[in-house]
Design a protein around this ligand. Structure first.
Ligand SMILES: Nc1nc2c(c(=O)[nH]1)N[C@H]1C(S)=C(S)[C@@H](COP(=O)(O)O)O[C@H]1N2
Ligand SMILES: [Mo]
Length: 557
């Protein structure tokens, strides 16, 4: 410790490590920025972070996914991407430190990460070919080259050499004069320390930082422009009036209770659940939908305009996600406009199994490689299963499936509501396991009867006196018959039900309660039109939706 000669050497090692780390981070930044730029030319989905994130989503076990949804809600994707960036940053740092001593190893490490990105991009279900490897490959090559070069500048040159070859100050390089000689002064090492090409390192690092930031920003702008094409096309769509308008929502379907979920969920507030890290941006003019498969006697290929020119129906339908916990937010009610699927399938010669048709599963494929499987029987039993083009009076928002998605009343979204749909394949449940089914979710999943207390909120502190307890209940395609509320272990009391719109929509309910001081547990349960009361038995969301009663604890002050 007291050995004097070790201190400068250690300081040199530290400096080398720190500068190596900076080089690594710069190389990582450059690699990602160049990849972003190249992905704008290929496809935004082929960028390494999106590709690796997508691969991670595909491989995440259901339990971890649930935890992520529960913990981060709809921010789960942001958290995932930040996590990937964090890990990449850490590795870039380590590779940089390595590169300061072994520059080939450092650069090879960067290339290895490029290979991982390239593999992930080409292996994604929506990959369009080997071109998807380009962003990762070109980005990694740029990053590796930069790291190699920067690490070269860090090479220790004997101080004697630095002093022996002072560059003469020249008028066209004024900085030279300022920087000359600095290496020896750096860190107070004097003539003992090794020299390094500080001037060129700083110059190159700054240039690389600026250039890669520019490339990244340009790539981002180009990617955004790609998104704007779809948005523009969407803004030009004029949905024709439906030939079968939605039944008028009865007066009294919407209660005037502060804090209750509105009967119709505005598009901006509608929950979003999907695996897409980049929202697919489909331009309708280059989109079509194919219907084919078992029992299809006339395969169809439909353009967006074909669908717009067909008779359109308009229906209120409540959509729910199987990942919704008891009391959770993943349910919404919208007014959809679209083409009924039953007629379309009949036109293709499809018969439901109950009439001898050979296909019992309809597999919907989306442009982003998602697959969702729906019972053909359900789609053709008279319910308003549709290819939706509109949501609450507008063309589908991009995040909700523009240009076309499926909606089937009564089934959870993951077995029915394919967004960005491009292909409908008639097959069997025996022959085809869809995306979620391969990940432990049930093949068939009708929505479970559920109810939710919207107000008061958990841990609210209302004043003693009249407190209105209110919320929504749903049992799509069966209908809600009764909602009951219990305070603590008291008797079940019937809540006032809002007027029913249709049996495919949720129903608001409310109950005035004379709140007394103290802590109270409010519990709700619903009974559907089949006479079945929501079960108390708590189950997890996997495999076919959560069950149990929603309770809210409040403290009356
Ligand atoms: N292409 C695609 N469609 C999809 C999904 C998806 O991940 N990708 N998720 C499904 C699930 S699980 C649900 S609950 C609904 C949610 O639709 P929303 O995001 O419009 O509310 O979309 C369904 N359609
Ligand atoms: Mo879902």
């Amino acid at each position: 410790m007291s050995d004097e000669s070790r201190t400068p050497r250690r300081r040199t090692a530290l400096r080398l490590g720190a500068l190596g780390a900076v080089s690594g981070l710069l190389a990582g930044h450059t690699a990602l920025a160049v990849a972003e730029l190249v992905s704008a030319a290929v496809r935004p989905e082929a960028g390494p972070v999106v590709a690796v994130g997508g691969a991670a989503i595909d491989r995440t076990p259901a339990s971890l996914k649930l935890w992520a949804i529960r913990t981060f809600g709809t921010n789960d994707k942001l958290v995932l991407q930040l996590g990937i960036l964090g890990v990449l940053g850490l590795f870039a740092l380590v590779l940089g430190v390595l590169a300061a001593r072994y520059r080939r190893v450092g650069s090879a490490g960067v290339l290895l990460f490029g290979a991982v990105g390239a593999l992930a991009a080409t292996a994604r279900p929506d990959s369009t070919g080997v071109g998807d490897a380009l962003p990762s490959v070109v980005g990694a090559a740029a990053g590796a080259a930069l790291l190699y070069w920067l690490a070269g500048r860090l090479r220790q040159t004997p101080p004697a050499e630095v002093r022996a070859k002072p560059r003469p100050p020249s008028s066209d390089e004024p900085a030279e004069a300022d920087e000359r000689g600095r290496p020896e002064r750096d860190g107070g090492e004097g003539t003992q320390g090794p020299g390094w090409d500080r001037r060129r390192f700083i110059g190159a690092a700054t240039a690389a930082a600026a250039a890669s930031t520019g490339a990244g920003l340009l790539g981002r702008a180009l990617n955004r422009a790609g998104g704007e094409r779809a948005a523009k096309a969407r803004s030009r769509v004029a949905l024709p009036p439906p030939s079968s308008p939605a039944p008028r929502v009865p007066r009294g379907a919407a209660l005037r209770v502060p804090g209750i979920s509105p009967f119709t969920t505005p598009n901006a507030d509608f929950y979003r659940v999907d695996t897409a890290l980049v929202v697919p941006r489909v331009v309708p003019s280059s989109w079509s939908l194919r219907i084919h498969g078992r029992g299809v006697t006339r395969a169809l290929r439909l353009s967006y305009d074909d669908l717009l020119s067909m008779p359109l129906v308009e229906r209120d339908i409540t959509l729910t996600c199987v990942s919704n916990e008891v009391g959770g937010p993943y349910a919404g009610n919208a007014r959809w406009i679209g083409v009924r699927l039953e007629g379309l399938l009949a036109r293709c010669g499809v018969e439901p199994p109950s009439r001898g048709g050979p296909a019992d599963q309809l597999v919907a494929h989306s442009v982003d490689g998602m697959t969702l499987g729906t019972p053909v029987e359900d789609v053709m039993d008279g319910r308003d299963a549709m290819l939706a083009l509109g949501m609450n009076g507008e063309p589908l928002p991009l995040a909700h499936g523009f240009p076309v998605r499926m909606v089937v009343p009564g089934l959870y979204g993951y077995v029915s509501a394919c967004k960005w749909i491009e292909d409908i394949e008639l097959t069997t449940f025996d022959d085809y396991d869809t995306y979620w089914v391969k990940r432990d979710w049930a093949r068939e999943a009708p929505v479970k009867t559920q109810s939710r207390i919207d107000t008061p909120k958990p841990f609210a502190r209302p004043e003693p006196g009249t407190v209105v307890i209110a919320g929504v209940a749903w049992a799509q395609h069966r209908g809600i018959d009764k909602v009951e509320v219990r305070v603590d272990d008291g008797p079940w009391r019937r809540a006032d039900l809002a007027a029913e719109d249709t049996r495919d929509t949720w129903r608001q309910w409310s109950l005035p309660w004379e709140a007394t001081s103290g802590s109270h547990t409010l519990t709700v349960r619903a009974t559907d039109r089949t006479g079945t009361t929501q079960t108390q038995e708590r189950t997890r969301t996997v495999p076919d939706g959560a069950s149990g009663w929603h309770s809210v604890l409040v403290t009356v002050g």
